[in-house]
Design a protein around this ligand. Structure first.
Ligand code: ADP
Ligand code: MG
Length: 271
């Protein structure tokens, strides 16, 4: 397949250099008594695709949600493009981000694509895409519209700009959601099982878009159950087990020569 060959070629070129787009150090997160993340580290350099795999409940979504500050870690460091997220101790234990304006600033640069698309149902596809650029980035409407049309073309939805999400297939909705995320020109894109809610015949069209974004050098952190896809597009893969990174390495290492018994069992179950 020409697509995967291009990705492999691109993968060789991306070396860890410069300021990491995302750096997570010793992250701990509990919900009440339940400790969900037990000291997780993750670094994504510009242009890298870092995938997280692991069983349901291992903490993958919580990790992504801590990176874009939808959740507050109890301790540890989150650094986005060199900017440390300032935390302060919370009265009930744990931390809160110290500065709501910093949260806003960081969320604007960390794009998230969810399993269930999360488009605004009362807005057309175009309106969904231009909303945040106009209101958060203060882009002129005409510029936002022009950018939106370019992004719709990229994800293959030019014809659907005036449709409402309910009039689209799941695959089309997810591609629109990806366009909406791209409209913010994020430093890093987080994908939380972007194809898990799709009928099998619609998975490919979404993976093709994500693959193209990888080839173009976008920095991405990807949670997925599509193991073959993760193997092809990732520069680095983390296997999470019960809130810890059990194993980490290149796709060739993790999928080809898994070291831990837990990872071997997980791969045997999923492939
Ligand atoms: P994964 O994405 O790997 O399936 P999650 O990060 O969603 O795992 O969840 C990890 C654990 O944290 C699970 O046991 C889940 O039930 C729990 N959890 C996640 N979010 C919350 C929450 N808001 N409140 C309480 N428990 C939560
Ligand atoms: Mg999850």
């Amino acid at each position: 397949k020409p697509g995967s060959a291009a990705v492999r070629a691109a993968k060789v070129e991306v070396t860890p250099k410069g300021t990491p787009a995302v750096e997570v150090v010793d992250l701990h997160k509990s919900f009440g008594q339940l400790e969900v993340l037990k000291g997780v580290n993750l670094t994504a350099y510009p242009g890298q695709v870092v995938s997280m795999i692991g069983s349901s409940g291992s903490g993958k979504s919580t990790m992504l949600r801590c990176i874009n500050l939808l959740e507050q870690p109890n301790s540890g460091r989150v650094v986005i493009d060199g900017e440390l997220v300032r935390m302060k101790p919370h009265a009930k234990g744990g931390t809160t981000a110290a500065d709501p304006r910093q949260i806003e600033h960081i969320r604007a640069r960390v794009g998230m694509v969810f399993q269930n698309f999360n488009l605004w149902p009362h807005m057309t596809v175009l309106e969904n895409i231009i909303e945040a650029p106009i209101h958060v980035l203060k882009e002129a409407r005409a510029d936002a519209v022009e950018h939106a049309h370019a992004l719709l073309k990229k994800v293959g939805l030019s014809e659907k700009h005036a449709h409402y999400p309910g009039q689209l297939s799941g695959g089309q909705q997810q591609r629109a959601a990806i366009a909406r995320t791209l409209a913010m020109r994020p430093k890093v894109m987080l994908f939380d099982e972007p194809t898990s809610a799709l009928d099998p015949e619609l998975v490919g069209e979404v993976l093709r878009v994500i693959r193209q974004l990888a080839e173009e050098g976008n920095t991405m952190i990807l949670v997925t159950h599509e193991m073959q896809f993760a193997r092809e597009v990732s520069h680095k893969v983390l296997f999470l087990h019960q809130g810890r990174v059990e194993e980490e390495g290149t796709p060739a290492d993790l999928f080809g020569q898994p070291k831990s018994e837990r990872l071997r069992q997980f791969l045997a179950r999923t492939f």
